[in-house]
Design a binder for this molecule. Sequence first.
Ligand code: ADP
Length: 518
Amino acid sequence: MNTDMTGIPFTSRGVEMSRAAEKNGEYKRSQLRILMLEDSCVDIELNEFEISEAGLDFVTMRAVSENDFLEGLLGFQPDIILSDYELPDYDGISALTLVREKCPDIPFIFVTGRMGEETAIEMMTRGATDYVLKHRLSRLAPAIKRALKEVEDKTNRRIAEEALRESEERYRTIVKAANEGICVIGEENKIVFANDRLSEMFGYSVEELTGKSIFEFLDEEGAAAATVGWWRGYKDFRERVEARLTSRDGSTLWTIASTTPLRDKDGKYTGTLVMLTDISKRKKAEELIKKNSEELKNLIEIAAHELRHPATVFRGYAQILMEDWEDLDRETIQNALSRIDAATTRLMRLVISLLETSRIERGKIDLSLSEVDPVAPVRRVVEEFRLREVDRKLRLTCEVLGKEEMDAEKVKQVLVILIDNAAKYSDKKCPIDIECVKVEGEIVYRIADLGPGISDEDKERIFERFYQVEDVLHHSVPGIGLGLYIAKVIVEVQGGWISEEPRDGGGSVFSFGIPCRP
Ligand code: ADP
């Protein structure tokens, strides 16, 4: 390689302009670095003259052999290469091949004495950027500028494409990782894109979702709303609505649907972007709160009513007894006291029900197991009942021999609830049949009455907390809708079951079973 006295590569006019930088072995970043493959010093001078006349700030490096050129290409890192076609020890086509192999983006301009059309075509097809004839050197600077502009445009395009690719990748990751179900609805309300979360929410794979109409997931109400502009209307505005959808397994999916119309560059509607936030859990919690507050309202109303009844009885009879004590005969006084006693029982039962429910709600319900005769609790409840309701006929059938491990107090509690209900909901003259049998490892208790029975509709619900049958017949009797709920919890705590069946000839049979412990 030719070098000047300073030891740096041979350069001429361009280097003169940045001598200080060269001394440090550096070039100004803004300077154009030109590698010239040229053996004629005169031609180099002429080239540089043309380039500097065009106002370019540059530095050149000259090479005459393959070694010089390769060293210059890798060490000098030129922005552009100007090359003669033929040199004594090297040639332009070989240099071009080398450049395209090592640094495909560097512009390569042939500056040559003469060139036939065929050679020019061959050079261009091999990757030359341009060619300038030495006797038309005025074209050199414009050719360099054009080549550099092309490189700049290409670089900018590449940067923009890279930025676009990165940003698309970023959005793809966001859409993929999003906690929201995202889809794009195209013409005819068909899903054209869906993310993984949506597939999870609907229970269909992304492939299965693609092409399905969004209407397939809407219930009747939602579909009607959608038809009147729910989706299509969104072509012109953004929306945020609550939408109830149905997933593959038929479960309801409560969502907040945010929709945004999508348009092409001419403003033409191309579809709707839909983001679905699953609010099913919140909805369930809301429904529970609503149910609880509804129940609380009912409880207050019913409890007030139930409390007023004994209070009225107490006050009424207390007044009679206080005001007319002297004039009352023994029978009237006894009657008044037994009414007060009955009202007290009713009040006590109400209070006990409420306390028991509160214990259940707090999860404070413990078992106290012991070896007992399963018939014993029946006998005790029947005896107590007969003391209260002397005229009521109770018929007892018991077929259990031996002892079983059970919580006799809890069994008694359930029997009291069921026998009291049987008495409450059937005519005083009708007998109540009570049975205690051992069936397939269970002690089964049955209480049958001749009351109004229970409709299929109410059958399951009567065991719910605060549930009371709405009809007049049932409603005329006292109650707070807690007895059967308490009975069910108590039975289930012991691993048992409770149910109601219609009785042949009318009335109900309430049964519950307690498993025998091995
Ligand atoms: P309540 O305190 O209202 O009696 P329960 O939980 O014991 O509450 O009963 C729930 C509902 O089931 C009652 O309101 C009543 O309508 C119905 N029911 C309970 N037992 C009987 C029965 N033996 N015959 C007819 N209906 C009954």
